[in-house]
Design a protein around this ligand. Structure first.
Ligand code: NAD
Length: 490
């Protein structure tokens, strides 16, 4: 049991000595307590990260850092079963999903080990200039100390998406996990400790957003803020960053559309629609929560959707066959059920679900819900619910489908399903979102850029783009002519 902070390569008690309970959402029981970090702890962590950056770590080669990243991946791999089980208790997700997440987190560390090695070959690139009196080369240098704040829906995976590229680039890190799901991030610190990662390179400070997250965003020793979470918090973080001209990247919410044309295979569509909204209890930023169906297949498709939705097995995530666990917390449970009430009150037809299942009296469970034809301006059609709630509307033609999909303040993801590849390409190119899935929804690859347009965020994670978030580009321009410059002195 870890109830300490990991700062400067040591496990330390919080400065003010407070603790928070972590609840298992399937049982509503306290799983363990973790340290409630505050401004003082953040200050120690940022100073440690700065010292590490200014000493050896900031001068390591990519190849040297790759060895550390591989070692971290090996450590996580060695305890992947325990990590997956811990993730189930901490977050509520079904075990097969947790296993998938832990595997992806390990793969993320290995992938960025590869990019760290390649980075050495990208240094000191000559740049052709139109004036042969000068010679120019470019360098890619680590950004410094990164402050990283993550949400609760993919606890270890979100930590990996942030920590792996930062370390690959040569930055040092202070990571604040979500207060709801801090346990696997602390295990990541444990892995760093066991491999002997130099002190201060990775610091993990658990705590509340207001008490630990906010001081991290305001700390003058932080060069870069990387945030994943809700739009309102993202907006606060942008303001905090503005006051000190900090570099930021923001991965925020979504209300993504899934367009199904009448030439699509209905059974394949039903499968991907379910995966697009009920995976991870719908607590997915890129969940395709707005379904747009061409009107002539709508009745058949919706009937099959409701049929299959009712068959989804709910329960504690470690029980075999469970595909829908509890929502992450009491607050999230109340919030999502509140959205269902508002949907009903606004006149949308609730086709199935939306209530606590009769056989599960404990835990933050709810039956997956489908709303038919909510109004365009209703809250359930416009706002991110972040739970297992699908809203369906019909469209007549391609133009209307694109218009309805794009009529949102969010622009994280979208999906399109059609047997006509030309139409799918045409529609994909018109959708205003950072991630487009064709004939599927949700599969995510560490190689491909991740992030959104509009209120869904700023910047991209994963792939080369994820590494670039933690790199500064430097030019070194040299005067190589024998001739004097001759401006003032002729
Ligand atoms: P949240 O914004 O409530 O919290 C996210 C993190 O920010 C937590 O660690 C929290 O403690 C911290 N925080 C809260 N207030 C803060 C403050 N004032 N200053 C600094 N830090 C603060 O979000 P959440 O409920 O944890 O996560 C759900 C949201 O995350 C959804 O909107 C979802 O779409 C989004 N999300 C986006 C992506 C993406 O890649 N775009 C991925 C996962 C989740």
């Amino acid at each position: 049991m870890r109830d300490q902070l990991y700062i400067n390569g040591e496990w330390v008690s919080p400065d003010l000595g407070g603790y928070l309970d972590v609840i298992d959402p399937a049982t509503e029981q306290v799983l363990q307590r973790v340290a409630a970090g505050t401004e003082e702890d953040i200050d120690h962590a940022v100073r440690a990260a700065r010292r590490a950056f200014d000493s050896d770590w900031g001068h390591t080669t990519g190849a040297q850092r790759a060895v550390w990243l591989e070692a971290l991946a090996d450590e996580l791999q060695g305890s992947q079963d325990e990590l997956a089980t811990l993730e189930v208790h901490d977050n509520g997700k079904p075990l097969p999903e947790a296993q998938w997440d832990i595997g992806d987190a390990i793969a993320c560390f290995r992938y960025y080990a590869g990019l760290a090695r390649e980075l050495d070959g990208r240094q000191d690139q000559p740049l052709a200039l139109p004036d042969d009196r000068f010679r120019c080369r470019t360098r890619l240098e680590p950004i410094g100390v990164a402050g990283q704040i993550i949400p609760w829906n993919y606890p270890l995976l979100m930590a990996a998406w942030k920590v792996a590229p930062a370390l690959a680039a040569g930055a040092t890190v202070v990571l604040k996990p979500s207060e709801l799901t801090p346990l696997t991030a602390l295990e990541l610190a444990g892995a760093a400790d066991r491999i002997g990662l130099p002190a201060g390179v990775l610091n993990i400070v658990t705590g509340l957003g207001a008490d630990a997250g906010s001081p991290l965003t305001l700390h003058p020793g932080v060069d870069k803020l990387a945030f994943t979470g809700s739009v309102p918090t993202g907006s606060k973080i942008m303001s905090a960053a503005a006051s000190d001209i900090k570099n930021i990247s923001l991965e925020l919410g979504g209300k993504s559309a899934f367009i199904v044309f009448d030439d699509a295979d209905v059974e394949a569509a039903v499968e991907w629609i379910l995966f697009g909204i009920f995976w991870n209890q719908g607590q997915v930023c890129s969940a395709t929560s707005r379904l747009l169906v061409q009107d002539n297949i709508a009745a058949r498709l919706i009937e099959r959707l409701v049929e299959e939705t009712r068959k989804i097995t709910l329960g504690q995530g470690l029980e075999p066959g469970v595909l829908l666990g509890p929502l992450v917390s009491r607050g999230q449970h109340e919030k999502v059920l509140g959205f269902v009430d508002q949907g009903v009150a606004s006149g949308a037809k609730l086709l199935t679900g939306g209530k606590r299942p009769a056989h599960l009296s404990h835990g933050y469970f709810m039956e997956p819900a489908i709303f038919d034809e909510p109004a365009h301006n209703s809250i359930v059609w416009r706002e991110e619910i972040f739970g297992p709630v699908l809203c369906v509307k019909r469209f007549k033609d391609e133009q209307q489908a694109v218009q309805m999909a794009n009529a949102s303040r969010f622009g994280l993801a979208a999906a399109v399903m059609s047997a006509d590849p030309q139409r799918a390409t045409r529609v994909a190119n018109q959708l205003r979102a950072g991630i487009i899935w064709v004939n599927c929804s949700q599969p995510t690859f560490v190689e491909a850029p991740w992030g959104g347009m509009k209120h869904s965020g700023i910047g991209r994670e994963l792939g080369q783009w994820g590494l670039d978030n933690y790199l500064e580009v430097k030019q070194v321009t040299e005067y190589v002519s024998d001739q004097p410059w001759g401006w003032y002195i002729k």
